[in-house]
Design a binder for this molecule. Structure first.
Ligand code: NAD
Ligand code: ZN
Ligand code: ZN
Length: 382
């Protein structure tokens, strides 16, 4: 079969690879119809994520048709069209019993801090991902859901991570009626978080980035006020000015470890790898909110120490919520929002990349070329 394969930092390509097979009675093999590239894949692509092995296939956002099922699978049958959440989870452990699917304790032999994720290095279990013609889906009775008849394929694939994560980011902000919410990052996750903040009662939504084309999308897709941080000497001061010098009620970090905006942080993280990531956006979030505010962190960070302004967070009495998104927990409410037209995830899909052109797809998304917001991957297009 054909699959995206990692060959080292900034090097990915399509290769022939052995088709996965059933390894456990509760596995399914899914023939992928549509996948996507996530901002998280860029951390792997840039060589930021430990234990990303040569030959690994990325891709944790995918939908497809069930091609084969193991002997114990009861909820799925060959031919079913399914959407698969990016988390691999058992459904029965202490965490899964509490809906903390992204923290499942039974699926990642390589680390206890993080659960299982498709195509996301051996740090999250080493499972091959869905930027591929076929993928092995463990715990097939637990993770996937059949795609409702009324749902568009592009909406379905974007519910397997991006939309669920952006919505979760807004949820973890504990937004109450009238709150001023700042979203850092106008990537796909930030755009959905900004749009979702309104659904939770925000009174004002502000989005910060340095890419004008994405800020334009923040205005049209998420009806947000926007700031390009390169146009201000100090974006934190600007946020104070915009909020009666109190600071915002909620900030949502949708940037993560590869934040721009501070040269020293950039060099000590991405270049020298002295810290697990550049916490520029996280520090801006800590500084931009009022005392007693809530910060929600969706951006991904490496496990190593980063120079986070934790003392300021402590002295300001901030509440910090963070996690990998437990995708399937979000679906019932999100299906309603998509069906009712409150959210249209596919509005953020800007490119459809055939697997043959996967290298160009990664380069375009990474370098933010051609107005790229969210690239989809089409495995079967010849
Ligand atoms: N928690 C989860 O479950 C989960 C799920 C998906 C993605 N993520 C993470 O969320 C983050 C965003 O994902 P994405 O797909 O939107 O990625 P993306 O790379 O497309 O978007 C990140 C955006 O942040 C902007 N940015 C860079 N530095 C900034 C700064 N200092 N202030 C404000 N904006 C800045 C970039 O220009 C870019 O538009 C990534 O770190 C990704 O790994 C987490
Ligand atoms: Zn992701
Ligand atoms: Zn579990």
């Amino acid at each position: 079969m054909r699959a995206m394969v990692y060959r080292g930092p900034y090097k990915v390509r399509m290769e022939e690879k052995e088709r996965p097979s059933i390894e456990h009675p509760n596995d399914a093999i899914v023939k992928v119809q549509l996948a996507a590239i996530c901002g998280s894949d860029l951390h792997l692509y840039h060589g930021m994520m430990p234990d990303t092995r040569i030959g690994h296939t990325f891709g944790h956002e995918f939908i497809g048709v069930v091609d084969e099922v193991g002997s114990s699978v009861r909820n799925l049958a060959v031919g079913d069209r399914v959407m698969v959440p990016f988390n691999i989870f058992c459904g029965t452990c202490w965490y899964c019993a509490r809906g903390l699917y992204s923290n499942c304790h039974n699926v990642n032999p390589n680390a206890t801090a993080v659960g299982g994720i498709y195509g996301y290095s051996h740090t999250t279990g080493g499972y091959d991902g869905g930027q591929s013609e076929y993928v092995r889906v463990p715990f097939a009775d637990v993770g996937p859901s059949k795609i409702p008849d009324w749902m568009d394929d592009e909406d379905a694939v974007l519910l397997t991570d991006m939309t669920a994560t952006g919505y979760f980011g807004a949820q973890l902000g504990d937004i109450v009626q009238g709150d001023v919410v700042i979203v850092f990052g106008a990537g796909p996750v930030g755009l959905v978080a900004a749009r979702s903040a309104w659904l939770m009662g925000a009174g004002r939504v502000i989005v910060i980035d340095h890419l004008d084309y994405r800020l334009e999308k923040a205005r049209t897709f998420a009806q947000a006020e926007t700031y390009n941080f390169t146009q201000y000497g100090d974006i934190v001061l600007e946020m104070k000015k915009a909020t009666d010098f109190l600071g915002a009620d909620v900030a949502i970090d949708c940037v993560g470890a590869e934040a721009d905006g501070n040269f020293v942080q950039h060099v000590t993280s991405s270049k020298l790898k002295l810290q697990g990531g550049s916490p520029v956006a996280l520090n801006w979030a800590i500084d931009s909110v009022r005392k007693g505010a809530t910060i929600s962190v969706m951006g991904a960070y490496g496990p190593l120490f980063s120079a986070v302004k934790f003392g300021d967070a402590m002295n300001k009495g901030l509440t910090i919520h963070t996690n990998q998104c437990p995708v399937k927990r979000q679906w019932p409410r999100l299906f309603e929002h998509v069906r009712n037209g409150y959210l249209k995830p596919s509005e953020l899909a800007t490119h459809r990349v055939p697997l043959e052109h996967i290298a160009e797809g990664y380069h375009m998304f990474s370098a933010k070329l051609d107005g790229c917001i969210k690239p989809l991957v089409v495995p079967t297009a010849a």
